[in-house]
Ligand binder design. Structure first.
Ligand code: FEO
Length: 402
């Protein structure tokens, strides 16, 4: 994907695949890479919408130069929908090569431009609803703050009916040759988009809901996000997915996450799993918190209605990796889930106590029994775990939203 790809006759994808970065934001695994989408609109005036992470400047510039070659053009406008450096990382590069380009952004964008890159000149500060004429194309700007930063906005091409949506409607995964939803394996991308949503955007679900409501009046034919495929065949698919996820809607299934040092808490997990299965539940995802990256656990927790956490006690408290998980669950503010708890202790307790405090502080629908075993679970403890699994399934079926 080293050449520009036309989205419409005047609008081109000029983005970059990144298969080198192993952790997005230094946190989230990228086993299948990620892409940074940037777009160029070639009209009487030339506009670029968002840039790319500063990771392949020659390839990026080559795409732009190819499009500008006819007529010896320059970039007139650089529209910045989002300032996180995975998209703003090449602003300085473009400003150096095209010194006359005017940067278009809102008041918050201008602040970030100064603070990240020391750029203060030739910035046009726009407000919600403002527009920009490129000749044939007329663009309008729509403020969508906190999807995912305070300056985030979207740009709408009123002629080609394209929404340049920034992070919204995007996901992990480098492009696999094709650019459009009708050219790629949508099932694969849906998994990576949900992982991106749960890891990055989910915390801001109320703002996603506001943005979706605000965009309802636009006639959107194509969605061009800054990550993942361009949605031209079925833009409503990705809007509906983001809508569901940001409403915290869920599917019938249970995510069972456990930690175990010597196999005792794992024994309890197996009994919980057996109890889940006995109630005819097949969609069960089991994660050993020491082996599954939390990125995937968050994804599954966002997908399924039930969550069961099991942990030993460690240093008088919760097992550290389980502590990391509950801290992220609190931070991401996942809602409308049924929660089950179990665990072990040797002498002091602390694991289940911390999990119970976590459950009480959040908005969880807690299912009983909460099972705590001393050292190694007895037969009675294992029966209780089985009952926990059975009760979990009864509750998630009763709370069904599918
Ligand atoms: Fe893809 Fe919030 O940056």
């Amino acid at each position: 994907m080293h050449t520009p790809i036309p989205v419409t006759p005047d609008v081109f994808w000029i983005g970059m695949n990144d298969r080198e970065t192993s952790l997005f934001e230094g946190l989230w695994p990228l086993p299948r890479g990620v892409c940074y989408n940037s777009y160029l609109i070639r009209d009487e005036k030339v506009a670029v919408v968002d840039t790319v992470k500063h990771c392949g400047p020659e390839i990026y510039l080559d795409k732009i130069r190819r499009l500008l070659a006819e007529g010896d053009r320059c970039i007139d406008y650089l529209i910045i929908n989002h300032m996180e450096p995975d998209h703003s990382g090449s602003i300085r590069l473009l400003r150096d090569i095209f010194p006359g380009l005017q940067i278009i952004g809102n008041r918050q964008t201008a602040r970030f431009l100064q603070d990240f890159y020391g750029i203060t000149e030739n910035i046009r500060v726009i407000k919600d609803g403002d527009s920009l004429d490129l000749g044939r194309h007329k663009l309008t700007f729509h403020m969508t703050p906190m999807v995912h930063w305070p300056e985030t906005m979207m740009t709408y091409d009123t002629v080609d009916k394209i929404l340049f949506s920034g992070d919204a409607f995007g996901g992990f995964g480098a492009l696999t040759g094709g650019l459009f939803d009708d050219e790629v394996d949508v099932d694969f991308f849906e998994g990576e988009i949900l992982r991106y949503f749960s890891n990055i955007v989910g915390k801001y679900s109320p703002m996603v809901q506001k943005a979706i409501a605000k965009l309802a009046g636009l006639d959107i034919g194509i969605i061009c996000p800054t990550h993942g495929p361009v949605w031209r065949q079925s833009p409503q698919t990705i809007v509906q997915l983001y809508d569901r996820w940001s409403r915290h809607e869920s599917e019938e299934g249970v995510v069972l996450v456990y930690a175990s040092m010597y196999g005792n808490t794992e024994k309890m997990m197996e009994s919980v799993a057996a109890g889940l299965s006995e109630e005819d539940l097949s969609r069960i995802r089991i994660h050993n918190v020491s082996q599954s990256h939390v990125s995937y656990i968050l994804r599954d927790a966002w997908q399924f209605r039930g969550l069961v956490l099991g942990s030993p006690t460690y240093d008088l408290g919760l097992y550290p990796l389980m502590h990391n998980l509950i801290s992220l669950l609190e931070r991401k503010q996942l809602r409308k889930r049924v929660l089950g708890l179990f665990g072990t202790f040797g002498w002091s307790g602390g694991g289940v106590k911390t999990l119970t405090a976590f459950a009480e502080e959040g908005e969880w629908d807690v299912v009983t029994p909460i099972v705590e075993a001393r050292c190694s679970p007895s037969e009675q403890d294992l029966q209780q775990c089985r009952l926990l699994g059975q009760n979990m399934v009864r509750r998630i079926k009763a709370n069904g939203q599918d």
